[in-house]
Ligand binder design. Sequence first.
Ligand SMILES: Cc1ncc(COP(=O)(O)O)c(C=O)c1O
Length: 354
Amino acid sequence: VSSVSEAHPVDLRSDTKTRPTDAMRRYMCVAPVGDEQKGEDPTVLVLEERVAGMTGKDAAVFLPSGTMCNIIALFLHCRPGDEVLTHRHSHVAYAEMNGPAVHARVTLLLLDGERGILEPSNVMAGLDRTRRGASGARASLLSLENTHNVSGGAIWPLRLQQEVCAVARDAGLATHLDGARLLNASVAAGIPVIDYCTSFDSAWIDLSKGLGCPVGAVLVGTAAFIDDARRAKRLFGGAMRQAGILAAAGIYALEHHVARLADDHDRARRLGEALAALDSVVVEGRPIETNIVHFDISASGVEPAEFLARTQALGVRFGLVGGSTIRAVTHLDIADEDLPTAVSAVRAGVSDPA
Ligand SMILES: Cc1ncc(COP(=O)(O)O)c(C=O)c1O
């Protein structure tokens, strides 16, 4: 078994790259556990109660992944053949293996909106399309994402989120929030999680992103919804046994890794500023709102694949958003001293080797 503190490259591809800290691992080791599938794991129950409390919902269920949170929500809110309104670039639309079609047997009605954020008019346009649609399909759910991942970690303005949800509710739709990075939004905007969740029938937070846990997400909603979600969890093979080992990481992270998300945001902002000063680099979505920095390298003439190979060879890993847009995400395993290393790697990555 290799050491926990072994040397790693500066990995800015995603906040999913975090490894549990030594303290988190120690906390996990001593967690009381039981048979989670039977509702007997005390640590899982503590985590669920805590997340239900912080989101202001009746109940919560610990799930293996955020993807399963989305799938179970769609499965429960919709009937086969229904339509789900969501932003064109939402994770559920582009990155979940067509799970909505496969598991919930719904279609997605893709909406437009700047930086992953919808206006009431965007939702109304979608509703109008379903009403006029020759398919006659029923629109049953609006699914939003806060922060918005592929828009560079954009935060939903609270008032707008409430207005958009009100439009959906008035039309008889349920509302669901993909909160993979909701805690980033909450910390950055200084708005309590509970306020972001009020307009939604269901919501979830991810433990394995900025919070630094190895596994897990927590879905919340009414008691009846979560009761059904527990059945769906088992149906989809997500029920576990001594899962308290994993839930303990979540409890530890909620106590120790939430306020520090502000450090990730600060580093992302500083990284964005430093990259913006480089020739041939255009930083998108400034000022950086949370922990995700997108920058375009097309002016350099360097192919994105070549850029990624060059920077990786220098010990810094970036992600590719698409086209010539590169992604850098700050997280628990990125320190202040990694920032100059990352900036130097970008400078070298975009320079003409000749
Ligand atoms: C916005 C968003 N939703 C859902 C997911 C899926 O979460 P998980 O990786 O826990 O399945 C991700 C993962 O990157 C995400 O960024």
